[in-house]
Design a binder for this molecule. Structure first.
Ligand SMILES: Nc1ncnc2c1ncn2[C@@H]1O[C@H](COP(=O)(O)OP(=O)(O)O)[C@@H](O)[C@H]1O
Ligand SMILES: [Mg+2]
Length: 185
């Protein structure tokens, strides 16, 4: 067994999650190794979003969630984000009155490191990835199309230099051409 397999970046074991009295996840197990892409597939309502929310500390859950070898179940969402988990929620959570650039800046978790150029990504990288966003640099987030908002929310999460990124419904609203390009086909 390789190191990566014995020490996954994310290890979810026997995860249960609840909304009030509804017991929604019943013992989910999964792991994600560094450099790996893992997709959760299933019919609507099967619990994919809830799994991501549980990792992010946004639902009541029990079981074990280890990220980079450390138990994170029970920690607050902002602490989990600081440890290096990036999350793109399905509702996108764009700040409608802030411009595209301001929305991107808000994704930076460590502004000092970023201003020293230590971040993995900067705004120019994002604009190179999605040239359409560059054209919208000074446009308020609220007036973007669904696809543009999807690009923005993905890029805002990347600006936080996550080690792991969880994207709920990654291709939602994106034009088929962009989906094709991003999936490398
Ligand atoms: N806020 C909520 N309150 C109560 N039940 C919820 C809530 N969100 C989701 N659920 C229920 O939890 C189950 C899993 O939902 P979800 O994780 O959103 O599924 P998926 O993302 O796979 O479509 C569904 O039965 C859904 O109705
Ligand atoms: Mg969902």
């Amino acid at each position: 067994m390789s190191d990566a397999a014995s020490n996954p970046m994310l290890q979810v074991s026997d995860l249960h999650a609840y909304y009030g009295k509804s017991h929604v996840l019943h013992g989910v197990n999964l792991h994600v190794n560094a450099g790996e892409i893992v997709c959760l597939l299933g019919r609507n309502g099967v619990g994919r979003s809830t799994t991501a929310k549980a990792v992010m500390g946004q639902v009541v859950a029990r079981g074990n969630i280890r990220f980079k070898g450390r138990e994170i179940l029970g920690q607050k969402a902002y602490e989990i984000a600081r440890l290096g988990v990036g999350y793109v929620p399905e509702d996108r959570s764009i700040f409608p009155d802030l411009t595209v650039r301001q929305n991107l800046m808000l994704g930076i978790k460590d502004p000092r490191a970023h201003s020293r150029g230590e971040g993995r990504w900067n705004i120019d990288d994002m604009y190179a990835l999605f040239p359409r966003l560059k054209e919208r640099d000074n446009t308020p987030g609220g007036v973007l199309s669904g696809g543009e908002q999807q690009m923005l929310t993905l890029c805002r999460t990347l600006m936080g230099d996550p080690d792991l990124i969880m994207i709920d419904e990654p291709t939602e609203g994106l034009a088929p051409k962009i989906v094709e390009r991003s999936s490398g086909t």
